[in-house]
Ligand binder design. Structure first.
Ligand code: NDP
Length: 277
């Protein structure tokens, strides 16, 4: 049995992952800005340690890791799940709105990694699952800055996989499609304040889509959690784990489009090499 450390476990996917890990007999360090929400949802048990962790706080991250090690002796699986959304066209997004979502989705993830990775390195083993998004591979109108946070997560994850493999630690990016959580609710999804009419059919349409689709998302967060548990048990974790039928289609379409453009423009691409004397 393993020790899991999950961020953003108060609700949604993080809560489902914590619950599924407990059900499979693992010990779980479930963290949230308000850990009371975790115990209200999961009850109290010896296998569960609910801790306060706002991922923007290095002090809280370090304290949570110390408490986890003191209680369970180590950490085997880290799930960087905490995150929030932002919808609006790129130009509509203020500096403060962009930084707020980067603070959680990117700098928060780095904060937690700095706290947990030393424990995994010392053990020369462990697994990290970073919760990205279809939006970490594909960007849509109205989701540019949110996608930028998840593209950043993808870059961090891809490099981390290379840096930690020699130390016995595996890393995977999990890319959920729309999951039926609070993600599209106003409690989780920020909307840009400044609306520019020229973006009505792009950024504005995405805002409307988000408002109309809360509760109608195709993905079941409990099933997504089971997939996360399954992949964490594999001898070799994949680099990417797309979740959901639409995600598979969207990622395939993106890869095919990039591949086709590479073919079309390969001569121009090659033309910039220094020609050996
Ligand atoms: P929810 O909004 O239901 O849950 C988000 C979780 O993140 C909550 O537990 C929330 O805690 C937590 N969180 C937000 N800010 C912080 C913070 N500063 N520190 C600690 N925790 C924080 O959404 P999901 O469960 O759907 O989202 C989970 C992950 O999945 C996110 O990374 C999201 O980007 C990703 N994702 C979601 C998709 C979807 O359609 N649902 C699609 C693709 C990716 P609190 O209760 O305190 O606000």
């Amino acid at each position: 049995m393993s020790v899991w450390f999950v961020t953003g476990a108060s609700r949604g996917l993080g809560l489902e992952i914590a619950k599924a890990a407990l059900e499979r007999g693992h010990s779980v360090v479930a963290t949230a800005r308000d850990p009371r929400a975790i115990e209200e949802a999961l009850g109290r048990s010896d296998a569960l340690l609910a801790l306060p962790l706002d991922v923007t706080s290095q002090d809280q991250a370090d304290a949570a890791v110390r408490a986890a090690v003191a209680r369970f002796g180590g950490i085997d699986v880290l799930v960087n799940n905490a995150g929030r959304g932002l919808v609006g066209a790129v130009e509509e997004t203020s500096d403060a709105e962009a930084r707020a979502v980067f603070d959680i989705n990117v700098f928060g993830l780095l904060t937690v990694l700095r706290a947990v990775t030393p424990v995994l390195r010392a053990a020369r083993g462990g697994r990290i699952l970073n919760i990205s998004s279809t939006g970490g591979v594909v960007a849509w109108a109205g989701w540019g800055v949110y996608s930028a946070t998840k593209f950043a997560l993808e870059g961090i994850t891809e490099a981390l996989r290379l840096e930690l493999a020699p130390l016995g630690i595996q890393v995977t990016s999990v890319q959920p499609g729309p999951l039926r959580t609070d993600f599209l609710a106003s409690s989780s999804l920020a909307q840009v304040e400044r609306v520019i009419d020229d973006y009505a059919s792009t950024g504005g349409a995405s805002r409307e889509w988000a408002g109309a689709n809360h509760g109608l998302q195709e993905g079941d967060p409990a099933k997504a959690a089971q997939a996360v548990l399954t992949v964490a048990d594999l001898p070799e974790m994949p680099a990417w784990l797309p979740l959901g039928t639409s995600t598979l289609a969207d990622v395939r379409t993106k890869i095919a489009a990039v591949g086709a453009e590479l073919e079309t423009w390969q001569e121009l691409s090659r033309s910039t090499d220094v020609v050996p004397a």
